[in-house]
Design a protein around this ligand. Structure first.
Ligand code: PRP
Length: 220
């Protein structure tokens, strides 16, 4: 009996860019996947032994790290935030480009960091935020939010936010300015390390297909 290989892909912005790449790598989800009204979460593909699950970006990393899914696509922000040792990220997919940045209301832009020792930050990325501020000699108290971080300063939750910035339109619409870029982000192919060893006959050619799909010749 052939065991199913589960491929986790994120809902949201990366999805539109990920689908053509999946197709280039030879994986096509069943028609229901494209039906916006469908409440299904797991889908068949053109490969009898490969199914696709569509979950939140942070959950892609969790499913793959625990081996519930063997392979997935997720932003490097999520890979870095979780820092799971079970995740192998062999291919930069060159899609989903954005940046993880610090932002704050325009009138706070020139606050002197040397005069403070502690900052309060609303973010979905407490690990990366603490690390960033630690390197600057500041202690970050993170208020964990799962979205709409841009509301935090105007409602007095925190003066600063750390969030993804793409066009900058969301910051602008909420009266915030980007004050520093923590890291550039792009989507990665991620594989469960144990599965990569145990099921290399299936997973290694799949990783190779993605490398070819993005035009990368050599192993990362
Ligand atoms: C992301 C991010 C920002 C926004 C930035 O949210 O959290 O809010 O996009 O994009 P921009 O610079 O082009 O305006 P997304 O819309 O992906 O939804 P989310 O809040 O659920 O993560």
């Amino acid at each position: 009996m052939t065991r199913t290989l589960t491929f986790a892909i994120p809902k949201g912005r990366i999805l539109d860019e990920a689908l053509p790449l999946l197709a280039k790598a030879g994986i096509e989800p069943e028609a229901e996947f494209h039906d916006k009204k469908s409440r299904a979460l797991r889908f068949a593909t053109n490969h009898a032994n490969v199914s696709i699950i569509r979950v939140r970006a942070f959950d892609v990393a969790t499913f793959v790290a625990h081996g519930a899914a063997q392979i997935g696509i997720v932003g490097s922000d999520v890979v870095e935030e979780f820092d799971y040792s079970e995740l192998y990220a062999p291919v930069d997919l060159d899609i989903g480009h954005c940046r993880l940045s610090v932002a704050q209301p325009a009138d706070l832009a020139d606050e002197d960091e040397a005069a403070i020792s502690h900052v309060r930050v609303a973010t979905k990325y407490p690990h990366l935020t603490r690390k960033y501020y630690e390197a600057r000699g500041l202690q970050a108290e993170c208020v964990k939010l799962n979205g709409a971080m841009e509301l935090a300063p105007s409602l007095g939750l925190s003066r600063r936010i750390v969030d993804l910035v793409s066009s900058g339109a969301t910051l602008k619409a909420n009266g915030l300015v980007e004050t520093d870029i923590i890291m550039p982000i792009s989507a990665r192919l991620i594989v469960n390390r144990a599965a990569f060893k145990m099921r290399s006959a299936e997973l290694a050619p799949m990783v190779e297909a993605f490398r070819k799909a993005v035009g990368v010749k050599d192993a990362a």
